[in-house]
Design a protein around this ligand. Structure first.
Ligand code: H79
Length: 592
């Protein structure tokens, strides 16, 4: 690979030698800053072009698979040890039963390839502390502690190399429930811990191992930085960059020391977001990362393909997760979904890979846009019938055609807008891409329509929201979300992420339906940062709508600042069935 210079190879060799020399303390020598900068920039450009990656969560938690001692355990599967406060020694016994005889690295890499994914990130060690590769630094690893006794990551990284898929590891650098000095396990170990002991004893040596033994690494993906100090995080970064200067580091390393950013898990910005550089949305196919046998809440391909269009049009990458079983099998449904996405990308990939974000702001969920020189791709998410009105494009369009069949699409000027004549029904069950050839390299967009100019009245659709909680469902027929509840818990509700797009005081409307018989619950709309003590909030009561969708103005105003992290809609109570079906909330900039 041309990216990797001989300097880098020498660096890696030196790293490997230093390690096999068994130095008691792992050195963190700062890399040559110039080489690091150049390699990082190149890698960033490549990451930006790739757009779509595969996340893999795989570990001991796939044995209980969401059930502990016969009892169903709520929440994400890889958190079962934490949720059930399973003693570390008892949890470690799972290793004696971990034997993924059906694992085949070539098949996983092939699946990523078939899905149109260009990079792959897999858990080398999650919060449970178990290394899924052969580690010399800790006996608690797949080679030394399981009957499988092989290193699957060697096979997987090699298979990715063969397929041209960029490889990266996830590594939980602060939480480690197996270690007294790791963060998180307060049921086995005293509250007080010394993070430095844990870092030097486990994290630094292990990061050195994964950075040295698996070929070129496109990226390393840290998570939940927690309480590590700036010095500790800087040392960790230096170690990675000294071994592979072009290995990208994600922002969850902490203290702003990453090369590129993540949104929250499953959180998509509401608008084009380009202010803080490259970003990525880590997301699930169902409601868990690590395999859970009873989680069949699969998102449908249309939803996922639309989200890919949405995220890329906003400037992001999509890192979509699979959770293979303890046998090493990728659930059949995940495979099917991914291959459907791949088929769509085989036809429409031109509008995804290597594109730039939309020059327009987003008013609704009818379409999204991506650009390439002299091209504007209109991703039609919701078929508007026989006409598509495109407002705000000032560039001259010389040709319009569908990527799916290359058929030309007639269009005409209609006032300040362009009107495209569409067939009655969408060409594809999923997103149909309309390609426009334009005279200028970059599309010219009219004042008032540009990405950084939001209209005074802005819809936040349920579809764009993160749906937190196992009972939430999105209905495509009514384009509404239902099943969210409990405003006592932060982890439940419908959440939008403004990412600095909003600043002001807003009147709020809500568009929802409720059957008369179940009306009366309270709901709350909250705008704030995580755990903010006094966020801006509006309380309301779910009124009767006769089951029809209505738009109601709420009493009160919502203040949204650039630093506001989320706008969340929650319903009162845990036990009542949640009655409201929400299509959207609408923010109207308030004069006062
Ligand atoms: O690896 C995946 C998650 O395990 C990890 N990030 C993605 C990529 C992650 N680490 N922390 N979190 C996500 C936040 C988790 C919060 C919760 Fe919970 C875990 C909510 C429910 C279970 C902690 C325990 C808060 C409530 C119970």
């Amino acid at each position: 690979m041309k990216l990797w210079t001989s300097r880098y190879i020498v660096g890696v060799l030196a790293g490997v030698l230093a390690f096999t020399g068994c130095a008691p303390k792992v050195e963190t020598k700062a890399p040559d800053p110039q080489a690091e900068k150049a390699a990082t920039e190149k890698a960033m450009q490549r990451l930006d072009e790739m757009k779509f990656g595969m996340f893999i969560h795989w570990g001991l938690y796939t044995i209980p698979a969401g059930e502990w001692k016969g009892k169903y355990v709520r929440g994400i599967g890889e958190w079962i040890m934490f949720r059930e406060k399973i003693p570390a020694a008892e949890y470690a016994q799972l290793a004696t039963r971990f034997n993924p005889v059906k694992f085949n690295g070539g098949e996983w890499a092939q699946l990523a390839k078939d899905a149109g994914m260009r990079y792959l990130v897999i858990t080398s060690k999650h919060h449970d502390g178990f290394a899924m590769y052969g580690s010399k630094a800790s006996k608690y690893n797949i080679v030394d502690a399981t009957p499988y006794a092989k290193d699957p990551m060697k096979e997987l990284s090699a298979a990715c190399g063969k397929q041209g898929i960029d490889f990266g590891f996830y590594y939980s650098q602060d939480q480690d429930w197996h270690e007294a000095n790791g963060r998180g396990n307060n049921w086995d170990f005293p509250e007080k811990r010394d993070a430095q002991i844990y870092l030097e004893g486990k994290v630094f040596p292990q990061v050195k191992e994964i950075m040295s033994g698996y070929g070129p690494m496109r990226l390393i993906w840290f998570d939940t930085p927690g309480l590590l100090s700036e010095k500790q995080v800087t040392d960790l970064r230096s170690m990675v960059k000294s071994l592979q200067p072009g290995c990208l580091i994600n922002s969850r390393i902490g203290h702003d020391k990453g090369d590129y950013a993540q949104t929250g898990d499953n959180a998509i910005p509401i608008q084009v977001y380009l202010k803080d550089g490259k970003w990525e949305v880590p997301a699930t196919l169902n409601d868990t990362w690590g395999y859970k046998k009873n989680d069949n809440n699969w998102k449908n391909p249309r939803d996922l393909i639309s989200k890919l269009s949405d995220i890329v049009s906003k400037g992001g990458n999509y890192l979509l997760n699979i959770g293979p079983t303890s046998e090493g099998v990728v659930p059949e449904q995940s495979q099917e979904i991914l291959r459907t996405i791949g088929k769509w990308l085989a036809v429409n990939g031109e509008a995804i890979y290597g594109t730039g974000p939309s020059p327009f702001h987003m008013r609704d969920i009818t379409w999204r846009a991506t650009v390439k020189p002299n091209k504007l791709y209109v991703h039609i998410l919701n078929w508007p019938g026989k006409k598509l009105r495109l407002e705000g494009l000032e560039s001259q369009v010389t040709k319009a055609y569908f990527l799916a069949n290359k058929a030309e699409v007639p269009f005409k000027k209609a006032g300040a807008a362009l009107e495209f004549e569409l067939p009655e029904k969408a060409l594809e069950p999923n997103v149909t891409v309309l390609a426009l050839e334009i005279a200028e390299a970059q599309p010219k967009v009219a004042d008032g329509y540009r990405a950084d100019q939001l209209p005074a009245k802005l819809d936040l659709h349920a579809w764009v929201a993160r749906m937190r909680g196992e009972e939430i469902k999105y209905e495509w027929t009514t384009q509404s979300a239902t099943g969210f509840k409990s405003f006592e818990r932060e982890t439940n509700g419908l959440s939008w992420y403004p990412y600095k797009a909003l600043d002001g005081v807003y009147d709020v409307e809500i568009t929802y339906a409720c059957d008369d018989a179940v009306a009366g619950s309270k709901f709350r709309l909250v705008a704030g940062r995580r755990r903010e003590p006094n966020p801006s909030a509006i309380d309301g009561v779910v009124e009767k709508t006769g089951g029809k969708f209505v738009t109601r103005k709420l009493a009160g105003k919502l203040t949204v600042k650039p630093e506001t992290e989320t706008i969340s809609l929650q319903l009162e109570g845990d036990d009542k069935s949640a009655p409201m079906k929400v299509q959207k909330i609408t923010l109207v900039k308030s004069a006062s």
